[in-house]
Design a protein around this ligand. Sequence first.
Ligand code: SF4
Length: 251
Amino acid sequence: MFLCCLQRIYLMDIRGLTKFSLIDFPGKLACILYAGGCNFRCPYCHNPHLVLDHKTQPQLSEQFIFNFLETRKGKLEGVVLSGGEPSSHPGLVSFSEKIKALGYLIKIDTNGSNPDAIADAHVKGLVDALGIDYKTTASSYSDLTKCKIDNIAGLVHKTISYAIKNSITIDTRTTVHKKLHTPEVLLQMREELNSLSVSAWTLQQFHPADIIDDTLTSEPTYSDAELIEIARNLGNHTRVRGLKGSFIFNS
Ligand code: SF4
C-alpha cells in the first residue's frame, strides 16, 4: 500500500521545466521537462546540476506539471522529456500516458543507454520522436561517458537501430569539442552511424558554460568555419548547429 502511494507520487522525478521552445522538438511548439539523474558523466554536459546533484534541485510535483500542461493545451503541440536521462525512470510509461491523454506529442531526449525502456514506451504509442546523443566512437564510449554498464555502445546502437527500424523520427546529434572529437574520431563516428543507416547527424557547437569538466572551457575548440568544413567532408547529411541553436550548415 505504502509502495503503491510512493509510485503514484513519484512517477517521474522532474527537476526542471522550460515552458516554451521552438527548437527542441523539430517542427513543433513544445515545452521541456527535465528528469533528474543520469547514468553518464559527459564532460561537456550542460546540466551538471541535474546529473551530479539533482536532489538539490526543486522537484516539480505532478500536480504542478499537469496543471501547467492543461493550461497550455491548444498552444503547445509537444512535450520533450529530457534530462538527465528520462529512460532511467521507472515511471516513464505511466507519466507519458498522462501527457498523451492531454493530446500532446512526446519527444524523448535520451543518451540511448536503455533501449528496452524506449521500446516499451514506443509499443504503447508514447514516442513520437527521439533525440539521441551519439557521444563518440563505439570503442571510446565508456571512456567519454564514464558509464560502467557493459557494452554501453552496443546499447546505444540498439536504441538507434530500434528507432530506424520502426521509422521513429530521430534527431541524432553530438556536442563537439576539439579535445574529444578529432576529425578522425568524427569520421569514425560518421561511419558507425552510416552502418546503422543514420543519415541526418547534427554536430552541435560546444557551449562554454557551466559543465561537468570545466577544464574544457579553457581548451581550444573548433570555430564555426572549421566545424562546417568537417561536416561538409563527412557528407551524408551531416549538419552543424551553432551556439544560437539554429543550423549554420545543413547539407
Ligand atoms: S547523457 Fe546528457 S544529461 Fe547525461 S551526462 Fe551526458 S549530456 Fe549530461
